[in-house]
Design a protein around this ligand. Sequence first.
Ligand SMILES: *[C@@H]1O[C@H](CO)[C@@H](O)[C@H](O)[C@H]1NC(C)=O
Ligand SMILES: *[C@@H]1O[C@H](CO)[C@@H](O)[C@H](O)[C@H]1NC(C)=O
Ligand SMILES: *[C@@H]1O[C@H](CO)[C@@H](O)[C@H](O)[C@H]1NC(C)=O
Ligand SMILES: *[C@@H]1O[C@H](CO)[C@@H](O)[C@H](O)[C@H]1NC(C)=O
Length: 963
Amino acid sequence: MEVKITLSGKGNGSTYPRLSFFLCILLYFWVLFNPVNGYSMKHCRIRESLNVSVLCDGRNLNAVPADIPLLVTSVNIAKNNISQIKSEDFKDLKFLKMLIMYSNRISHVENGSFSDLVALEQLNLAFNKLTSLSDQMFKGLDNLTVLQLENNHISSIASSSFQLLFSLKVLNLTSNKLHCFKELKHILQLPSLLKLFIGNNSLNSLQSQEISNRSIGLTELDLSRNPLEIFSVTADIFPYLKKLDLSFCGINGSMEWDVADRYFLSNVSSLDLSGIHMSLQGIGSVLQSINFSLASLGLDKIGKDNLINVACHIPTLKTLRLQCNNFSSVSDKLLQSCTQVTDLDISGNNITDLSEAAFRSIKDLKTLRLGYDGLSSVPNATRNLRTLKNLDLSHNIIKTLGCSDFSNLKRLEKLYLNNNLISNLEGCVFLDLRALNSLTLRRNRILNLGEAFTKGLQHLKSLDLGFNKLTNIRTNYFKSLRSLEDLALYDNEIKTLEDGAFVGLAKLKNLVLLNNVIGKSEIRGAVFKGLRSLKTLNMASNAIKYEKDEQLQQPPFTDLSSLENLYIFSQHYTKYMRQSCLPSNFLEGLNMLSEFQAGNLHIAYLHPDTFIHTPQLLSLDISQNFFHALSPELFHPIPKLKRLTISKTELESLDFLIEANLTQVRFLKVRQNKIKWTNETVLHSLPALTLLDMQRNPFICDCRNAWFVQWAESNSQTQVAYAHDYPCSYPDDLKDTKLLDLDTHSCSVDLGIFYFISTTSLVLLTLLGSFIYHLLRWQVVYAYYLFLAYLHDSKRRNRQTPHQYDAFVSYNTHDECWVVRELLPELEGEQGWKLCLHHRDFQPGKPIIENITDAIYRSRKTICVITHRYLQSEWCSREIQVASFRLFDEQKDVMILVFLEEIPDHQLSPYHRMRRLVKRRTYLSWPRAGEDTRVFWQKLQVALETRDWPAEENPILTGVERQ
Ligand SMILES: *[C@@H]1O[C@H](CO)[C@@H](O)[C@H](O)[C@H]1NC(C)=O
Ligand SMILES: *[C@@H]1O[C@H](CO)[C@@H](O)[C@H](O)[C@H]1NC(C)=O
Ligand SMILES: *[C@@H]1O[C@H](CO)[C@@H](O)[C@H](O)[C@H]1NC(C)=O
Ligand SMILES: *[C@@H]1O[C@H](CO)[C@@H](O)[C@H](O)[C@H]1NC(C)=O
């Protein structure tokens, strides 16, 4: 390939830009692979899926990390000790969309700190120590839509601090120290603001005339827990308001309500007046002024039962919340007028007396919440609610369930019975709940399921029996639950699983048996029979232990052909049995298994055949065991593995990975092992690795880890999680240093840089050489002879030789005849000059170029006898070159050109220099045959007589310039 590069602006005009483009590409690649631009951050993790996220929450940071990559879209630095944000902290993060900084100690934000965050959409500065918001604080956040400033100490807001937040939709200022609603004026007028949360401040009045006289786009306003004395709306400034929270507002029942026109808040559909400090009359007038579209009303902790009547006269009301109102008895009358309500919450009322007809007038009750109500049995009042879909009876003191408790609830879909005292379940209890799809019986005292799930409940999808006292899962226990997908049996005392315990659960996807006392003999093929769809089996924290490295007669999971996730970590051990084994065919049949968590099993060895049945395995966690080493063969059957976690074992080296062939592993976590150094070969054997976590290993800080240090800092594919925090464990005098602070320069000569520089220079020189040759060929050749001539010139000068000859005659051998017959007799014979002729006067044995130079310099003049042949002869041209050098060098007119033949210009053109000489200088032409030669000889004589004049001033020959 010929690379043609023109350096001047002439010629091919586009080549120069092409060159600079090429150089830019070179530079770009150099920058890209520049060893100082690593991938990992000092104190944070980078997560890169579709976008780049930086995670540094809870790392005890005192300042915003300085090494956040520029392409980041999300940064989480919550829960640190950062006390201020500096103007350069988030410089140039032009792609950042989410910045999470809650729970720090930020009290000061320098002006313009966020000004580069043009793409930021969410900023969370909640739970900090900000006291005021300054004018310039949020400058530049043009795209911010959500701003969270709750739980600070903000008491003042500069009038233009929110000025440019054109996109802001949601602002949370809950739990601050704002006391003047007027100060929020400019916030309320933000063009995009939809939701404003200013609960729990010190605002004592809202008066519309102080805020605006035109309408505001707000749809949601939370004013709860402010000591509001007056809420006054005298103009239609909230026409779009849908949700208004005034709960716990006012003090001492004094809050005043002044809404001039009942149409002003006519769009409000959700209103919370819970715990409001207002007179009964006041609340009544509130309800009357908001009765166009009100659908949801909160009247918790208000303690005034005559309000219910007023509320229920709002024809659009559907959802009514009446928590914690101390209605210890609910009579027939209380809810009589609430006929249109569909969603009723009377939790937390300590109801002891609930009239059977309490809900009778409610025609279409769908959701009824009776939690925390002190009920000791399912009340009669709920029995005939045929429209009911959700019933919450949680957190009561119900001991038993009767056959007719739910028998009429044919449409019930969700039933919450958690946190009661139920110990026994009759077979008839749930029989008629045909539509039920979710049943929660968590935290009761159930010992025995009896026949509860052997009939009915054919649409049940989710059953939670966690935190009960079951000890035995009997055959056919869940026989009729043919739609069940989730079964939770965690935190019971299950010891026995009978054969066929899960028969009928053909659709079961998740089975949670976490935290029981199931032993190895209970996990048998016959137990799990029929679980065709099971995807996740969680048997962590049980008592599964195998003493010997046995091969099981009948592996337990052979029926679970759909199982994808198996968790068996943390099995309980007695102090007499510290070691366990995992049978080599334990996983047989689990063809689809993709995740296996087998940490904390007290095993010291894994048979190389352990995973031969699970070729789809993607994620493996075998942490907290006692492996000192693992065999590479263990991993050969699972080539798809992506995540490997072997933390808190006793591993001393990762060398087993070299031959493990784990070409897909992306995440490797080997925290808290005994790895002292990391071998280069190991990490090269994991070509897909993107995250390596080696926290809390006892690293040696010497040259054995030099490679790892450099790699951790510089490689652009794998981040070493929190690498900058890895301490040196050895040698003792470096115990306070960090591994990455190790000075690796003394460990090796950096051959890479050496090679880089030398090859680059070589390439550049070659390029330069060819350019120069290509463009300046003649100059180069000339310079060469110039140089040679210079050498001889200096020699000659040293010798101080006087001119030995009058003229050196340069000619081609073919023209010797003319020289000998015509020139020699005339010049030496007639005119008496002493000539130097190469055939006569050259010293034999001397290099030819030396002879030529000598001859030229020993002669006053050089006569070039020019013919076609002369020009073709290489040596003759060189004589011209050297002579012209002398001309150039000594500024003497030494050259006499004698043209024996007519030579047209174009034939001279290849002899670039000659042509220039002829054009610029003088020459003599030998007359044509028959013409008189006397003038010629005379001119030649004059030319030979001329002494040492500067070339241009030759007075005689100027007349014969060739055009
Ligand atoms: C700001 O948001 C708009 C709309 O979501 C988007 O088109 C634009 O690219 C964003 N600007 C920046 C700088 O990300
Ligand atoms: C606003 O902050 C309060 C207090 O932390 C919180 O309870 C509420 O959910 C927040 N609202 C939004 C929309 O973030
Ligand atoms: C390791 O993987 C390579 C390529 O996938 C394969 O050719 C080779 O046989 C594997 N070696 C072992 C021991 O499985
Ligand atoms: C890395 O491991 C390979 C294979 O075990 C071994 O040959 C090599 O010497 C080790 N290199 C170092 C620096 O320990």
